[in-house]
Design a protein. Structure first.
Length: 539
């Protein structure tokens, strides 16, 4: 029995991890779709422009009516003002044609645009003005669906049990009427039936209908998004969080790819992720949801989003503040480590002094070793210089201090051990293994990487200060040229030429010459150049 329980638990854990990995992959796809959202909007705008071009060339009133409806279809989930405008133009054109069926159809379009904008009272008034006798069976199904949606949305928007007890039964009654005019097995029938089960709490039957809906061939992206979002709500109520999130993500992707602005999926997804602690994605998606609602003109959506958007923003700001406090603590710890490095450097200097004394003793004892000791003294002097340079870079290389401390400590112990045991040739070989030039290049490379991570646009912004033929090129195999590195140090707050010269291993005159040459080649004045460098922002 215990083994069986453990096996079931392990299987559940594996399935949960697989589901989360799949959702992470879907989130990446959603973020890619967000990055390309302007492309999808441009495609829709291209179709709209093509229709407007035809409208400008259309001579007959009947053709204008058809084009107005086509433009309405493009705008109905994209922008309320334009959708309403073309639906109104279609109504006026239908009136000119004196066709009651066309007038009724145009009013239906008006009703849809009004309900999408959150104007429920106006929607019901418009729908009530339609004569049902002028509608086909499919239009009657749409008519009752719009009425049902108006009542359901009113109930959800009011969020009041008393009014919900009035509006929900009216909505269900309209759904029943719409089903009478729908053919079983079609998209409209399954969508209506699924909505009825969803509103009545019969989730098991609702899942069947919405699952069948998502399997229908030739389903449009918008239809998929609406169905997936509805099924996600059912899964959420049943505690199937991963399935619910996966459907919301797929619905949000479908909305983006179809340039749909009247959407619920991304708003619901942001709320979901916020509750799960994924603040970064939640913040991005709630902002996108508000942008969509504002662009479309959906007032009720803006109210809904405004209720949770400040909460997500506040939580995100709090998290950032906590990270800043942690960073301050880490910085304090690293500052203490810097003092330790200085102390170790002092100890090393004392050890070097002892080594020089030992060299003099060895010179008197052995003429052959005198040459080696002299080389050792020169290497020690070079090491001392390298240590001074390293100490100057401590402020920028907090993340590698521990590595250099370990190197120095290991070197000290190794050398001391070899000298104590009089293994002078080994000591000499150990010293020769040091390659200070490589260390310097690694330091420069580390500085370049750290700096470019902080200022990824530095080279681009730097080159903007020059004419195209005067731009500074980065040598092959390097991240920054010497000229870039000088002004990178200035951007980091080091303005003293002597200090820059020490950091880069140049003379003060060389640094001065570099700076003057660069300033003289720039498009801005010499006095303004460093000020412009300091204006380059970090990420």
């Amino acid at each position: 029995m215990k083994l069986s329980v453990l096996l079931v638990f392990c299987l559940c854990l594996v399935f949960e991890l697989d589901a989360r990995a799949a959702n992470d992959s879907l989130l990446n796809a959603l973020n890619n779709a967000l990055a390309n959202k302007e492309t999808y909007v441009a495609k829709k705008q291209g179709r709209i422009n093509a229709l407007n071009g035809k409208l400008a060339q259309t001579p007959t009133t009947a053709d204008r009516y058809s084009l107005y409806l086509a433009l309405y279809d493009e705008y109905k989930a994209f922008q309320y003002d334009s959708a309403y405008n073309y639906a109104k133009k279609a109504e006026i054109t239908a009136t000119q044609l004196k066709d009651p069926k066309l007038i009724a159809s145009a009013k239906m379009k008006l009703g849809f645009s009004l309900i999408s904008a959150g104007m429920f009272k106006e929607t019901l008034e418009t729908l009530n003005s339609i004569k049902l006798a002028n509608l086909t069976d499919s239009s009657k199904a749409e008519y009752y669906f719009l009425k049902a949606r108006s009542y359901f949305d009113l109930s959800d928007f009011d969020h009041n049990n008393d009014y919900g007890a009035i509006y929900n039964p009216l909505g269900t009654k309209c759904i029943d009427s719409a089903l009478r005019f729908s053919k079983p097995g079609t998209y409209n029938y399954l969508a209506l039936n699924g909505l009825r089960y969803l509103r009545n709490g019969n989730y098991s039957e609702g899942i069947k209908d919405y699952t069948a809906l998502l399997k229908l061939p030739n389903l449009t992206a918008h239809e998929f998004a609406v169905s997936a979002c509805s099924l996600s709500f059912i899964y959420e109520t049943q505690g199937k969080q991963d399935e619910s999130i996966a459907l919301l993500i797929r619905a949000a992707i479908a909305d983006l790819e179809s340039a749909t602005k009247e959407t619920v999926a991304i708003y619901k997804l942001a709320d979901f992720l916020y509750k799960q602690g994924d603040l970064n994605n939640a913040f991005v998606y709630i902002k996108q949801a508000m942008d969509d609602a504002t662009y479309y003109g959906a007032r009720h959506r803006q109210v809904q989003i405004s209720s949770i958007m400040p909460i997500i923003e506040a939580k995100r700001i709090k998290t950032i503040e906590e990270q800043r406090r942690s960073l301050f603590i880490y910085s304090s710890i690293i500052t203490v480590l810097v003092f330790f490095v200085i102390a170790f450097a002092f100890i090393i200097f004392r050890q070097l002094k002892k080594l020089r004394i030992a060299d003099n003793i060895i010179k008197e004892a052995n003429a052959t070793l005198q040459e080696n000791n002299k080389s050792l003294e020169n290497l020690n002097k070079s090491l001392s210089t390298a240590n001074k340079i390293k100490n100057e870079y401590i402020g920028y290389y907090f993340n590698v201090n521990s590595i250099y401390i370990e190197k120095l400590e290991s070197f000290q112990k190794s050398l001391d051990k070899k000298l104590t045991s009089k293994r002078y040739e080994d000591a000499h070989a150990t010293l020769k293994s040091l390659n200070l030039e490589t260390e310097r290049e690694q330091l420069f490379d580390t500085f370049d990487k750290v700096f470019l991570r902080l200022f990824p646009n530095f080279i681009t912004k730097f080159n903007e200060l020059f004419a195209s033929e005067e731009e500074i090129c980065v040598p092959k195999g390097q991240l920054l040229s010497t000229e870039h590195r000088i002004f990178a140090l200035i951007r980091m707050g080091i303005h003293d030429n002597d200090r820059i010269a020490k950091l880069l291993g140049y003379s003060v005159n060389t640094i001065y010459a570099y700076k003057n040459r660069i300033k003289n080649r720039s498009l801005v004045s010499n006095d303004e150049f460093e000020h412009r460098i300091m204006e380059i922002e970090a990420v």
